[in-house]
Design a protein around this ligand. Structure first.
Ligand code: ATP
Ligand code: MG
Length: 568
């Protein structure tokens, strides 16, 4: 293609609204333009990159025997009511009414439609297993669209769904996806991490997220450098750093003391001159309408995800100050477990075995010392604490966990029977009995791959995309388009590139060479062949975008040299 004929609206200055690198570069390099918050138009370059990513995804999905379909974005409410998710999805779901006042939504994912197809058509175990997929547009009314294409309200997802007769079959379908995802992310040039994850709104019990380490990410992953254990922070389990007991020997009884104006863990710690590990932090949560008192060690944070799973809750929120006053007769800074009988009390496992701790007295401006869980109050213990950097890995018992900020590019789930059961998918087994197939679901964000690749591969001049997903592989740049010899040589090299099947671009613009080089660097074309003064010696310059290495090659060999380098 000829650059002079293309629409590539590059910008000189970084756009003010963008914070993360990929967002800045996507705008500056003329890949995307915003239409509304979290809604973007993909211009020519972005679309080319996304098509390349989709092609890789398609090839790897086809290779595991997955069958491509295309389902509608517009879904009737009834399907989502059957699975129970019409309510669960809340404000994240775009909802609308048709002219007959019937409720519809724009699908956020497609378990419902896929299961409805399966239940209408699959009759026998002989038809299983099935893997169905699509590359299709999803809609999610995200609370905070951000970071360019990373978190948007309309995006392209590859989603697939597996139907198997038995759990062993699901294990195979899941593993096939796991392996396919590894190939997809490697081919897209991403350094990824496969991590244990929480299953969230999808239901089911086992899931893996595919993460790319990046400062622009929104997720945290706990990683053990010793054994390779890696889990989303929401799910990670670990052993807390040891902490001395406030009074290790004494078998003391709780004793009230005045804490005027001291409310937070840090304030009480300063006042008592005891570390935060000596305190019991009391949090009041409202779980499906009922209050629950949650206890964690003073220096620890409650993991909302773990708490929600332990409680098997649909909806969780922190209690309001007025509710706390009504239930405890005290304000949030003076709460504790002793004497609490009107609600469930649940404590994090790190409090098990601790003695002589400090907790609120359920009386404004008073605390208790010498509080011992299990003796002074009864509670159930569970792992509710968010892991931290410096914790000990529970997988190997040796490693010290590190935290990494990451971008989630893909997620695979073992769904179990949630949708097949609730939506009535049944087949006959070999004995002629009706059985419920078991399902899995698997997602990849196509734009997320592009964003993550830009985050991973960029420098001060722009994107340094891998050949596999760059919109063009090579640009042929005559330094002076008015020079007939240069122009002709460039044209010939460009033709040879095309003949070799390279995705080539000819920069035939009448611009200064600096402008052309800058643009090519910005949009991230992996190779550039510069046709300049050395042409008189029969040489052109081959420049590699990554690392900016360059070498002189004979004109006749230039295209082949790119071909070799690009496929290395
Ligand atoms: P997140 O935690 O980032 O919101 P999710 O867990 O909601 O992601 P899934 O429902 O598992 O995501 O969707 C599968 C994939 O779709 C994700 O791994 C991600 O790559 C992509 N994706 C999800 N939400 C968005 C979004 N708002 N914008 C762009 N891509 C998204
Ligand atoms: Mg989400």
């Amino acid at each position: 293609m000829l650059w002079s004929k293309l629409f590539i609206p590059t910008l000189r200055e970084p756009p003010a609204e963008a914070e993360v690198v990929s967002h800045k570069l996507l705008l500056r390099a003329g890949y995307i333009r915003q239409v509304a918050s979290g809604v973007y138009s993909h211009l020519f370059l972005s679309q080319r990159a996304l098509l390349k990513i989709s092609k890789i995804v398609r090839e790897e999905m086809d290779a595991i025997g997955a069958q491509e379909m295309l389902l509608p974005a517009l879904n009737p409410a009834e399907l989502w009511q059957e699975s129970g998710r019409w309510d669960v999805m809340g404000d994240d779901m775009f909802r609308l009414k048709d002219r007959w006042e019937r409720d519809l939504c724009l699908a956020m994912t497609h378990e419902e439609v896929m299961t409805s197809i399966a239940r209408g058509e699959l009759r026998s175990y002989k038809q299983l297993p099935q893997i169905w997929y699509q590359i299709q547009t999803k809609f999610r009314d995200e609370m905070r669209p951000k970071s360019g294409l990373m978190r948007v309200r309309q995006f392209i997802m590859k989603d697939s769904y597996s139907f198997d007769l038995a759990p062993e079959g699901l294990d195979i379908s899941y593993q096939k996806h796991y392996d396919a995802y590894c190939k997809i992310f490697s081919r897209c040039g991403l350094s990824y991490l496969a991590v244990q994850a929480h299953s969230g709104a999808m239901g089911g019990n086992e899931s893996t997220e595919f993460m790319v380490a990046s400062a622009a990410g929104e997720d945290f992953v706990a990683v053990c450098p010793e054994c390779g254990y890696a889990a989303n922070l929401e799910k990670a389990v670990s052993t807390a750093k040891p902490a001395a007991l406030p009074d290790p020997e004494g078998n003391l009884v709780p004793e009230e003391f005045h804490t005027p104006g001291y409310k937070t863990i840090a304030e009480i710690s300063g006042f008592t001159k005891l570390p935060e590990t000596s305190q019991i932090k009391s949090l009041v949560m409202v779980v499906d309408g009922k209050p629950v008192l949650v206890l964690v060690r003073g220096d620890h944070q409650l993991s909302a995800t773990k708490f929600s799973s332990v409680m098997q809750a649909r909806e969780i929120r922190p209690a309001q100050p007025a509710e706390i006053r009504e239930w405890f007769g005290a304000e949030a800074g003076s709460l504790g477990p002793i004497g609490v009988t009107n609600m469930t009390v649940i404590a994090d496992s790190a409090l098990e075995g601790r003695r002589n701790m400090i907790a609120g007295a359920n009386k404004d401006d008073y605390h208790l010392r010498n509080v011992t869980p299990g003796r002074d109050f009864q509670t159930r213990f569970a792992d509710l604490r968010q892991s931290e950097a410096g914790d000990t890995c529970r997988n190997c018992g040796k490693g010290i966990l590190e935290l990494k900020k990451t971008i989630e590019v893909g997620h695979i789930f073992k769904l179990g029977y949630k949708y097949s059961e609730s939506m009535g998918l049944r087949v006959l087994n070999a004995a002629g009995e009706e059985v419920t197939p078991i399902m899995g679901c698997y997602g990849i964000g196509i734009e997320r791959i592009l964003s993550a690749a830009i985050e991973e591969h960029n420098d001060k001049d722009g994107m340094a995309l891998p050949v596999s997903i760059a919109p063009f592989t090579v640009v042929v740049t005559p330094v002076n388009i008015a020079d007939a010899a240069q122009k002709q040589a460039a044209q010939e090299i460009y033709d040879s590139c095309l003949a070799l099947g390279l995705d080539a671009l000819l920069d035939d613009r009448d611009e200064r060479p600096g402008v052309k080089f800058k643009d090519a660097d910005l949009i991230g074309i992996p190779y550039r062949i510069t046709v300049g003064k050395k042409l008189t010696d029969g040489l052109v310059e081959l420049v590699q975008r990554r690392g900016k290495t360059s070498s002189d090659v004979p004109v006749a060999e230039a295209a082949l040299a790119v071909k070799k380098a690009a496929s290395a």
